[in-house]
Write a protein of this length. Structure first.
Length: 271
């Protein structure tokens, strides 16, 4: 991308784990578009070390924060503003984790402590991020917060498990906080509902390989990739989308509006 549509804008990017992460691709695209940012992830993820390569490549600082900790988030917003020399213009919330999915618990046999963690890490963390930012008045007017979600928030995809409930909550927080932050400070909050994408979080869902190929055949344009998702984030961080807020925006090659495709029907053969 050659347009510097984020020139002069400062942000915080959560969730770059490795070079497949949607947040990683977004950080590279933001840099290309002229934006500056700090990178953040949970201390345990930082120990893997890959994020330092991204930090070097994009000339950005890494500030550890567990997104479930209000204390960590407060420190993050304070340090980020100090480092970047002013208030924040954009935030990417690219965070998801379910212990029930990881440990292969069925949706009808969930461990409730883990269920709470799923909701806290994958959804409530967005509320905490927004509340901390609002309390500190850390985001500029017309600032833009984007979180990543999946269509299992609206329709049943059985293997998505308790992450579906987390995504429903995430999308609801986007509407509710979007209202309050919009009226108080003109800050925008949206979710992007992304196609299945090969990343660490994505591949954790059981049957992912088969599913990604089903989704490819069910999408008139094919699955949207991580780089295209990054470019969509850039547009939402920019002033070109100033009046877009409280929306769940499908970035899925048309999957969400499709009932069936000939590509899928052809798999069943001729009757
Ligand atoms: N990959 C897909 O198929 C797909 C599709 C739709 C939406 N999404 C969403 O996109 C987002 C990014 O996922 P990804 O696919 O790039 O995978 P990823 O595994 O690269 O990213 C998930 C990130 O969440 C971070 N994280 C987990 N617990 C955390 C905590 N307590 N505090 C701070 N960070 C924490 C991880 O360290 C990791 O960086 C997630 O919200 C995911 O649900 C992914």
């Amino acid at each position: 991308m050659s347009h510097k549509i984020l020139e002069g804008k400062k942000g915080i990017i959560f969730g770059a784990l490795d070079n497949q992460s949607i947040a990683w691709k977004t950080a590279e695209a933001v840099k290309e578009a002229g934006g500056e940012f700090v990178l953040t992830n949970a201390p345990v993820a930082l120990r893997m070390g890959a994020i330092n390569d991204l930090a070097e490549k994009t000339n950005s600082k890494v500030i550890p924060a567990d997104a479930t900790s209000v204390e960590d988030l407060t420190n993050l917003f304070n340090e980020a503003q100090e480092h970047l020399g002013g208030k924040i213009d954009f935030v990417l919330h690219s965070i998801g984790m379910s212990p029930n999915v990881r440990k292969k618990k069925h949706y009808t046999g969930l461990n409730y402590e883990w269920y709470k963690q799923t909701l806290d890490v994958s959804a409530m963390s967005l509320h905490k991020t927004l509340q901390v930012a609002k309390d500190l008045d850390a985001i500029n007017e017309w600032g833009s917060v984007v979180a990543l979600t999946y269509i299992a928030a609206q329709r049943i995809f059985p293997d998505y498990n308790d992450m579906a409930d987390a995504k429903s909550l995430l999308e609801s927080i986007t509407r509710s906080f979007g209202y309050h932050y919009g009226t108080a400070k003109k800050v925008r909050v949206n979710t992007i509902s992304q196609s299945p994408t090969v990343t660490t979080a994505g591949s954790g869902v059981s049957g992912f390989d088969k599913f990604i190929s089903f989704s490819e055949d069910m999408s008139p344009l094919g699955n949207a990739g991580a780089i295209d998702c990054a470019n969509y984030c850039i547009s939402l961080f920019s002033d070109l989308t100033k009046y877009v807020t409280m929306q769940n925006l499908f970035h899925d090659g048309g999957f969400s509006s499709t009932g069936v495709t000939t590509a899928v029907m052809d798999r069943f053969g001729e009757e």
